[in-house]
Ligand binder design. Structure first.
Ligand code: SF4
Length: 210
């Protein structure tokens, strides 16, 4: 399949892709992305809807103790590490950047608890930068469609960056996430609704078994 065709199919499936996390500032986005690891955006939105009423800046966040924050984000899962990371990231923002979320990937990654994926999401979503954040959906979809052949997110990101035009990276990230979330799901993907069947490794394998 040609790269152009892939882009066209994704544009047809998701013509106006949007991040499904709710946020009103770059700081809120950063916190929401940290909370979204191994958790649905829907659940994160429920939690942040309450959390951000009173704790929506790094200065306010660091007034919470680890235990207090854990209690507020408990339902997002991995609450101990997430609370630790959010508090450390918030303190780093205050100490290094006057409480302002930096606008480049390298500086974002200097914040405690902020890895490559989170930095890429914030860079593209908050600042309109070109980046392909590789989460579990992007990794799965890329491998199934033969666009990548690795379980390493960083290698996958580099493979996708070589294949696609830079101007398409951020939109494709959102489209891959939506495609992985609603169609090419980890279990029971909706292959009958998928325009990529004839190019898909996974579909070829399950068709052989049937
Ligand atoms: S054919 Fe099925 S497994 Fe393959 S990309 Fe489409 S939905 Fe995913």
């Amino acid at each position: 399949m040609q790269v152009k065709e892939i882009v066209q199919h994704f544009n047809t499936l998701f013509p106006n892709p949007k991040c499904e996390l709710n946020y009103k500032s770059n700081y809120e986005l950063l916190v929401a992305v940290i909370l979204s690891a191994q958790c649905t955006d829907k659940r994160v939105n429920i939690v942040t809807n309450e959390l951000f009423k009173n704790w929506n800046t790094p200065y306010k966040m660091v007034t919470l103790s680890q235990d207090e924050l854990e209690e507020k984000i408990h339902s997002c899962g991995f609450y101990h590490n997430k609370a630790k990371n959010i508090l450390a990231m918030s303190q780093d923002l205050i100490d290094k950047y006057n409480g302002i979320v930096p606008n480049n990937i390298e500086k974002l990654q200097t914040l405690a608890g902020v890895g490559r994926k989170t930095a890429n999401v914030v860079f593209s979503e908050a600042f309109g930068g070109d980046a392909i954040a590789v989460d579990t959906h992007v990794l799965r979809v890329s491998n199934r469609l033969n666009l990548a052949n690795t379980d390493n997110p960083l290698i996958c990101e580099k493979q996708l960056m070589k294949i696609f035009d830079k101007k398409d990276w951020s939109r494709l990230h959102l489209q891959f996430v939506l495609f992985g979330r609603y169609i090419c799901k980890a279990q029971n993907p909706k292959c009958q609704d998928c325009p990529f069947r004839e190019f898909c490794n996974y579909y070829a394998n399950i068709s052989k078994r049937q």
